[in-house]
Design a protein around this ligand. Structure first.
Ligand code: UD1
Ligand code: CA
Length: 457
């Protein structure tokens, strides 16, 4: 972290080659929007109040992402080039001294350590600008680095403006720059649009600073793959794969057991505790936190949820926006959603759905049930086929079930309804009235047996 660094994230472009209605930087890789990756990386370099996102296409949506991530944005109404993009922030930025770090918003794989090395090189050499470069197999479309005899950078030549000889240069400009803020703002208006694209190229700052008698240096990245920009959906999928690979490696090195990690999809911000086992084809999304020593079985999908230690999630369970305390057993084929909370030691079995339901400690619902908008006490047994009828066609109503109650199989509980502690509901009942504690409720017609009926039929 450099306290006097300002980071500008270029994110105003549309990204034509994505062939999408969504602005490029809002596309997701590794479970986060591209611009969110840029912001997370920038946070390693500068304090949040000195991080700015340049927005243009879908400015409101991109600005909202910046805002949610705790950083500011400014608008570039017309996309007149990367140099123009930075200039649009002049009124807010020019007063901030120190370092001006400019990064492209469409390069989600760059590591914070690489940006830190860029800043280190800038500080060590005393140059007025430093940038990240890489030798690549196919430099088509990218800016080429022209170096002088002493290794300093003389110019960045954009592909469209390059001579045939310059096009053979394998060293490209990755789109990450560190400038002395004072020198940058002093000279930025010298950028001209006399190039084939008619744009204000940020990359022209190299030649401009050189002409003013300053040095520009380049940091050649050891691993060019982290500098791959996203321009189309093939590159997006490739970045997604690499980011997810990194995530599972990081988790395994921290003590999580992952079986066939190449099949598992885990978003960047997910936290998983030590000795938890994750089976093949699991997906874990959003801001999910999973405790230690859990077992997450095959093909389960967990989204924005908290799971305590020692949980057993059996195959094909789908859990979103829920809290599960320690020692719960869920699934196979369970569906938990909308702020349901499973307290410690609960068991929720196959084909059971919980929606917006508190499920008290030690309670069980093992087979084929729908529990919606309900508050269920501790040590309750919910029989197979139990349904809370929470919706009357207009409104949702709650079902409350007390501690140690027993709900017989195939019961229909018509809400609003209160069932007291230790009450029993006979199997097959339709319950429409409250049941006081310690009572038995039967809500079904009595069985009739007609002996000797069959021969007379
Ligand atoms: C740019 C560099 C090129 C480098 C390449 C690396 C320039 C002139 N060229 O080219 O040397 O090799 O990145 O990926 O900078 N943007 C804006 N406003 C604009 C134009 C672009 O915010 O007016 C943003 C885009 O949203 C994108 C980033 O800047 O996030 C890069 O723009 P892009 O058009 O992709 O630049 P390249 O042609 O790839
Ligand atoms: Ca690009």
């Amino acid at each position: 972290m450099v306290n006097d660094a300002t980071v500008v994230i270029l994110a105003a472009g549309q990204g034509t080659r994505m062939k999408s209605k969504l602005a490029k930087v809002l596309h997701r890789a590794g479970g986060k929007a591209l611009v969110e990756h840029a912001i997370s990386t920038a946070r390693h370099i500068a304090p949040p109040e000195r991080i700015f996102v340049v927005v243009g296409h879908q400015a409101e949506a991109v600005g909202a992402v910046a805002n949610a991530a705790g950083v500011r944005s400014f608008e570039q109404r017309q996309q007149l080039g990367t140099g123009h993009a930075v200039m649009c922030g002049e009124s807010e930025l020019a007063g901030l001294g120190g370092l001006l770090v400019v990064v492209t918003g469409d390069c989600p794989m760059v590591r914070p350590a690489t940006l830190q090395s860029l800043v280190d090189l800038y500080q060590k050499t005393g140059a007025k600008a430093a940038l990240v470069s890489a030798d690549v197999d196919d430099p088509t479309g990218l800016g080429r680095i022209v170096r002088g005899d002493n290794g300093d950078v003389l110019a960045i030549v954009e592909h469209k403006a390059a001579t045939p000889e310059q096009l053979t240069i394998p060293e490209i400009n990755a789109g990450f720059y560190c400038f002395e803020a004072e020198a940058f703002w002093k000279h930025v208006h010298e950028i001209r649009t006399d190039n084939p694209a008619g744009e204000y190229y940020l990359t022209d700052m190299v030649a401009i600073l050189l002409k003013a008698g300053h040095r520009v240096v380049a940091l050649k990245a050891a691993d060019p793959s982290e500098l791959l920009g996203i321009n189309d959906k093939v590159q997006l999928a490739n970045a997604d794969r690499i980011l997810r690979e990194r995530k599972v490696h990081e988790l395994m090195l921290s003590g999580v057991t992952i079986i066939r990690p190449e099949t598992v999809n885990i978003d960047a911000d997910v936290v998983v505790g030590q000795d938890t086992v994750i089976e093949p084809y699991v997906q874990i999304k959003g801001a999910t936190v999973i405790g230690e020593n859990c077992h997450i079985a095959s093909s389960s999908i967990i989204d924005h949820s908290h799971i305590g230690d020692n949980a057993q999630i059996h195959p094909f369970s789908v859990i979103s926006n829920c809290t599960l305390d320690a020692h719960v057993h869920v699934g196979p084929f369970a569906r938990l959603r909308m702020n349901s909370h499973l307290h410690e030691g609960t068991h929720v079995g196959n084909f059971v759905e919980l929606k917006n339901t508190e499920f008290g400690a030690g309670s069980k619902s093992m087979h084929l049930a729908y529990l919606g908008d309900s508050t269920i006490g501790s040590k309750v047994n919910v029989g197979a086929g139990t349904i809370t009828c929470n919706y009357d066609g207009k409104k949702k109503h709650r079902t409350n079930i007390g501690d140690r109650a027993f709900v017989g199989s195939n019961s229909t509980l018509v809400a609003p309804l209160n069932i007291g502690n230790e009450a029993y509901i006979a199997a097959g009942s339709t319950i429409t009235q409250n049941v006081p504690e310690n009572s038995l409720a039967l809500g079904r017609s009595r069985q009739v047996v007609k002996e000797g009926w069959t021969p007379k039929r």
